[in-house]
Design a protein around this ligand. Structure first.
Ligand SMILES: [Ca+2]
Ligand SMILES: [Ca+2]
Length: 247
């Protein structure tokens, strides 16, 4: 890799070489064959230097993930990513910026949603980062990722963003309407929006827009013209429900 006989002081040699991680050998030979003698070898290692081509840092952002990719508006979730120094030289401390994007490509022109500090990393060093975020207030499809700010001497500053993690955001379910209980359900009873009546095992509740929930069958919503739930029958009239039979 390098050959030298007199760059050092006096009759010494001197070699300075930027190297990547690995094992290297220094061989010492006398200038004239057949001449022997003792020698002392001094070696000094400087990590990071940043000057040589192969000892430069190269930060990348790997393994982005979200704690949940189906969210409701305003829901909290966690975005994680790992910053890795894939170069041969030590990287200085820097900043990780988190972004929300409308497409799967994450760049620094996307909407920034938070930052994190990243400490200096040795070659091949990694730093796991995370941030707690809140889903947007509008439903839709979004992508989340992060970009690490480039550091001094970085060999490639065009690979500093992660891929985007897809997240689907839907409207959060509105809170249940206030109770207007009519007492026990009975034949002929008309249950208007936001009213309910008691039935064995739970209640029948008109939640408006022609839909009801019937808790003995779980929390699902039913929107129908006529229903017959194990003998509990009714008919939709506009947005009201008339009870036709109670088992
Ligand atoms: Ca980089
Ligand atoms: Ca984008």
């Amino acid at each position: 890799m390098e050959n030298d006989d007199d760059d050092g002081d006096g009759t010494n040699f001197s070699i300075a070489r930027a190297v990547s991680a690995g094992t290297y050998y220094v061989e010492v030979k006398g200038l004239h064959s057949g001449v022997t003698g003792s020698y002392t070898l001094h070696a000094r290692f400087v990590s990071g230097g940043g000057g040589g081509g192969s000892s430069r840092p190269d930060l990348i952002v790997q393994s982005p993930s979200v704690s949940d990719n189906t969210l409701t508006t305003g829901q909290s979730f966690t975005l994680r990513a790992t910053v890795r120094n894939s170069g041969a030289g030590r990287s200085a401390s820097t900043t990780l910026r988190y972004y929300r994007s409308s497409n799967s490509s994450i760049s620094t022109s996307d909407t920034q949603v938070g930052t994190d500090s990243v400490s200096g990393l040795s070659a091949s060093g990694t730093s796991a980062e995370s941030i707690s975020l809140t889903a947007p207030s509008s439903s839709g499809t979004y992508y989340y990722g992060a970009c690490v700010a480039s550091v001094s001497g970085e060999s490639n500053a065009n690979n500093n963003c992660s891929t985007g993690m897809r997240v689907t955001v839907s409207s959060s379910t509105p809170p249940p309407p206030p109770t207007g209980s009519l007492g026990a359900c009975s034949v002929g009873m008309v249950v208007r929006p936001n009213q309910s009546c008691r039935i064995s095992g739970g209640e029948f509740r008109n939640i408006g827009s022609g839909c009801f929930v019937y808790t003995p069958f779980g929390s699902g919503t039913v929107c129908t013209g006529r229903f017959n739930l194990n003998g509990f029958r009714g008919t939709r009239v506009g947005n009201d429900y008339r009870i036709d039979a109670v088992p």
